[in-house]
Design a protein around this ligand. Structure first.
Ligand SMILES: *Cc1c(COP(=O)(O)O)cnc(C)c1O
Length: 228
């Protein structure tokens, strides 16, 4: 087995183990492979290994890869990075889901970017689990209002919440808080069942706390190439 195959298999085993320990169905989890900074060729290799969900955090890279790999029609791109309103059309045309909606202006821009015939776009409310306003995400107490706003956008479909664990808190307790915020967002729309959480360092804790969508990069892809 080459190393990519082996790393993917190992991560998938760890996902299954964590799900079983939590009494959850591993088949209900979506493992998104975060391919940022890696070449398109790596995404093609992952696709050949059965990966159908890939994540990118920069619009330009998302657009370029989605364009190059347009022939892989069932590959789903998840946008997980800070979105800029003037890039909403580009994000919308490349992404299957946007995990990182953290203000009404972004929701409005994505909504306005719909073209006739577009499917509704799946979006998540990104919640900031830190006290640092510089980190991405809406302040938790404002998440329900943002969810309401999204629910009022006719071309967006509210799917749930997304977060990154803080550096200075145990991921397990941070993800417990996220689960509570997710429940508040579900009062806005009971179909908003996604919890996008868990990266290379903390996906087992995220699964234990109810994550449905894992965003795993380096454990599968290997270290990211340095970008200047
Ligand atoms: C890069 C990134 C990931 C994946 O990180 P790894 O630690 O490599 O697994 C997940 N989520 C977001 C938002 C990211 O930017």
């Amino acid at each position: 087995m080459d190393t990519l195959t082996a790393r993917l298999a190992e991560v998938d085993e760890r996902i299954v183990d964590a799900a079983r320990r939590a009494g959850r169905d591993p088949g209900a989890l979506t493992r998104i492979v975060v391919t940022k900074f890696h070449p398109t060729a790596l995404v093609e290799e992952l696709y050949a290994l059965g990966v159908r969900d890939a994540g990118e955090n920069r619009q330009q890279e998302l657009s370029a890869k989605a364009h190059e790999l347009a022939a892989l029609a069932d590959l789903r791109w998840h946008f997980i990075g800070q979105a800029q309103t003037n890039k909403a059309r580009a994000i919308r045309s490349a992404a299957f889901a946007v995990h990182s909606v953290d203000r009404a202006r972004i929701a409005d821009a994505l909504d306005a970017a719909a073209e006739p015939g577009d499917d509704a776009l799946d979006v998540l409310v990104q919640i900031n689990l830190t006290d640092d306003p510089g980190r991405g995400g809406v302040v938790a107490r404002d998440a329900p209002a943002l969810a309401e706003h999204i629910a009022g956008c006719s071309t967006l479909r509210l799917r749930g919440v997304m977060a990154v664990a803080p550096l200075d808190e145990e991921p397990a307790s941070a993800f417990e808080r996220l689960a509570a915020y997710a429940a508040e967002v579900r009062t806005v729309d009971p179909d908003a069942t996604w919890i996008s959480a868990g990266m290379t360092a903390d996906f087992a804790e995220a699964i234990a706390a109810g994550a449905t969508h894992l965003r795993i990069g380096s454990a599968i892809t290997g270290p990211r190439p340095v970008r200047g």
